[in-house]
Design a protein around this ligand. Structure first.
Ligand code: ADP
Ligand code: MG
Length: 375
């Protein structure tokens, strides 16, 4: 429900095309992932994981500011010296972050993450070496069983892409609640209920947080809950949902390893007002989170799954998580063109829930966990 004083979307889209003319070719180019404007004359784009500087330029700071003001007006936000930071979303779904001087030292910064209409699919990820057929077989099996999954990784590591693919493996007969800050996921199942959070308006009213939506969704009889990203106190609600019989929850967390993801979930859950003591929280996280898929963007620009790890349901005697890797990306030097060589390989460990897997999936092939090349 847009406020009345906002511009209709079509009109806005037209005006914005004119105002963003210098970078419009990149906005229209599906091979571009990010457009990074560091002041009017310093503009980069990312393609296939690599940044390159462009010749594009805005005529002046004022021209760039005109585009920024237009975006702010469209999303009903204020951007000025007092409010120099802004997140917004363009009509085509692209996400924008703006930072103004003097905080931004080189002029207004505008970082645009293009909305790619076709998120990559499983086949593309296998082709590109991010996943293997065996790993996909495993992931498919645990999604089917409604295990709780977390995708971990840095910014741009491919978390959302993986979440989209994993959520795509949810069976068609399930009712799926999808909760996001900005719509990125594209589930194709027939019974999907997507929800989007909303920031407060200029008077500070009407905000709906991921937390609010997650709580509401629990009362909507979901079979599955998919949350775009856990960034804050909603971590606590997610963990409680995971441990209270709402199996099959999945989300992403900004983290550098599977263990780091667990620590982040802890830290974020502690941000909730009703935070519980750490030992109790840890016990819940251990019992809630079943599997962590860790993605990374390597130095050659490729996105790879680095680990698929199981988190055991019980803490160890010292109150620590018991995490073991089932699949690990094994590096093997570089190709002549600088591309990282390697493969996501099974470690030989079997998940503690193997019996359950075999029970759920007729003729489950447990040999996928064997490291056949290991000597
Ligand atoms: N496995 C992959 N192979 C190739 N490109 C990928 C892969 N995963 C993601 N990308 C591309 O990388 C960019 C960032 O991916 P995204 O999933 O949004 O990352 P994150 O959610 O971690 O920030 C997107 O342009 C996406 O299309
Ligand atoms: Mg993301």
């Amino acid at each position: 429900m847009r406020k009345d004083n906002r511009i209709p979307e079509e009109v806005f889209a037209q005006t914005l095309r004119t105002l963003l003319a210098p970078v419009q070719p990149f906005l229209d180019d599906p091979s571009v992932a990010d457009i990074l404007i560091n002041g009017p004359e310093d503009i980069y784009v990312e393609r296939k994981g690599r940044l390159s500087k462009t010749k594009a330029r805005f005529g002046s700071v004022d021209e760039l500011m005109a585009a920024i003001k237009n975006i702010a007006q469209f999303v009903g936000k204020t951007i000025d010296e007092l409010n120099p930071l802004m997140d917004a979303r363009l009509p085509d779904g692209s996400r924008v972050q703006v930072t103004l001087p003097p905080t931004a030292r080189k002029g207004p910064y505008v970082s645009i993450r293009r909305f790619s209409k076709n998120l990559l699919n499983v086949d593309a990820l296998i082709q590109g070496g991010s996943l293997t057929p065996t790993a996909v077989y495993f992931l498919h099996s645990i999604v089917y069983m409604a295990k709780n999954l977390i995708v971990a990784g840095g910014t741009g590591s491919g978390k959302t892409t993986l979440l989209n693919i994993l959520s795509g493996l949810i069976p068609e007969d399930q009712r799926i609640a999808v909760i996001e800050d900005a719509t990125e996921l594209q589930l194709q199942q027939p019974h999907v209920v997507p929800m989007e959070s909303r920031p407060p308006d200029v008077e500070g009213r009407g905000s709906v947080s991921i937390r609010d939506l997650l709580r509401a969704s629990l009362r909507m009889r979901p079979d599955r809950i998919v949350i775009g990203e856990i960034r804050s106190a909603e971590s606590l609600d997610l963990i409680q949902a995971m441990t209270s019989g709402h199996g099959g929850a999945m989300s992403t967390v900004h983290a550098s390893t599977p263990r780091d993801a667990l620590r982040r979930l802890e830290t974020m859950a502690m941000m909730a007002e009703e935070a519980m003591p750490l030992p109790a929280l840890r016990a819940q996280i251990a019992s809630g989170v079943n599997v962590i898929v860790h993605a990374s963007r390597l130095e050659d620009g490729t996105r790879r799954v680095m680990e698929i790890s199981e988190v055991e349901g019980e803490l160890d005697a010292n109150g620590h998580y018991v995490v073991h890797d089932l699949f690990v990306f094994q590096r093997n030097g570089h190709d002549a063109d600088g591309k990282v060589r390697g493969r996501l390989r099974p470690t030989g460990r079997r998940p503690t829930f193997l019996e359950e897997l075999e029970h759920y999936i007729g003729q489950f092939d447990a040999s996928i966990f064997d490291d056949r090349d290991a000597r």
